[in-house]
Design a protein around this ligand. Structure first.
Ligand code: SF4
Length: 167
């Protein structure tokens, strides 16, 4: 199985109800040899429009903050637990997460990242794989809105950058 094959499976997927409201599946993007994988919860409206992860305001904020600490977005693999937008951007239901999770599991097994960065609520649903380091950070949309969370988020990204410099 290749990343491209997974992408096509996601574009055609009807395993849960979410495809019905979506314009595009959003499999994720990034290099095959990414050392770091970022996992969010689900694509939003901007991501649905473009078929790409974290391209809206929160995504731009995330990219900018990563860059401030010397981390290039294009070096990371960025994806979500659920690959289609949900109505009114509601939290995905448990059965939707269950249906979609095998795509993430396969992406992890192909990319074999050293570190998985869990963005906010994605933390508890992302499967744990032995040998991978997991780092949980505040979701960029919350960090963008609330000053106290923004500072904490910046500290968390600084720790990630320091960890990457050790490699
Ligand atoms: S959200 Fe996941 S399981 Fe549901 S239709 Fe989309 S790709 Fe399939």
């Amino acid at each position: 199985m290749t990343l491209e094959e997974i992408n096509y499976q996601i574009y055609d997927c009807k395993k849960c109800r979410l495809w019905q409201n979506a314009k595009h599946g959003v499999p994720g993007e990034g290099p095959l040899n990414a050392k770091v994988m970022l996992v969010g919860q689900n694509p939003g409206a901007d991501e649905d429009e473009l078929g790409r992860p974290f391209v809206g305001r929160a995504g731009k904020f995330l990219t900018k903050t990563l860059a401030e600490f010397g981390i290039r977005r294009e070096d990371l693999f960025i994806t979500n637990i659920v690959k289609h937008v949900s109505p009114e951007n509601r939290k995905p239901f448990a059965d939707e997460v269950t249906a979609c999770l095998p795509y993430l599991v396969t992406q992890i097994s192909i990319i074999k990242p050293e570190i998985i960065v869990l963005l906010g609520a994605s933390a508890k649903e992302t499967p744990r794989v032995e040998g991978i380091e997991y780092i949980t950070v505040i979701h960029p949309s919350a960090a963008m809105r609330f000053t106290n969370m923004r500072e904490k988020f910046r500290q968390q990204i600084a720790i990630l950058a320091k960890r990457l410099r050790k490699n």
